[in-house]
Write a protein that binds this ligand. Structure first.
Ligand SMILES: [Mg+2]
Length: 104
């Protein structure tokens, strides 16, 4: 395994850790603090996201990927938010699988 392969595995691992923390937050709530842990599920979720950002930055520093910045980044984030909102409305209105009024 070379450095690139190692970093790519690390990126995938951090994604899995984000998914794991999101699942814990869904099961027990964002504010729940697991016994013998100092941080809430929300704080731990953010921590894993920061871990992923660090690895992505390493991939960029090695010139293996290009991370958008500034307006390019804001535009891509806005597009993703719009897509998530669109399909959440679809799930709510057409599928009945999401209750938008009472959930947060
Ligand atoms: Mg991590």
């Amino acid at each position: 395994m070379n450095r690139t392969e190692y970093l790519l595995i690390q990126a995938g691992s951090e994604c899995n850790e984000i998914a794991h923390r999101a699942s814990k937050a869904l099961h027990f709530g964002l504010q729940e603090v697991q016994p013998e842990q100092p941080l809430s599920n929300a704080e731990r979720l953010v921590g894993e996201y920061v871990d992923l950002l660090a690895v992505m930055e390493m991939l960029e520093n090695d010139e293996l990927i290009h991370m958008p910045t500034g307006e390019e980044l804001r535009s891509q984030i806005a597009a993703k938010k719009a897509k998530v909102e669109k399909f959440m409305r679809f799930a709510s209105e057409q599928c009945g699988t999401v209750q938008l009024e009472s959930s947060k």
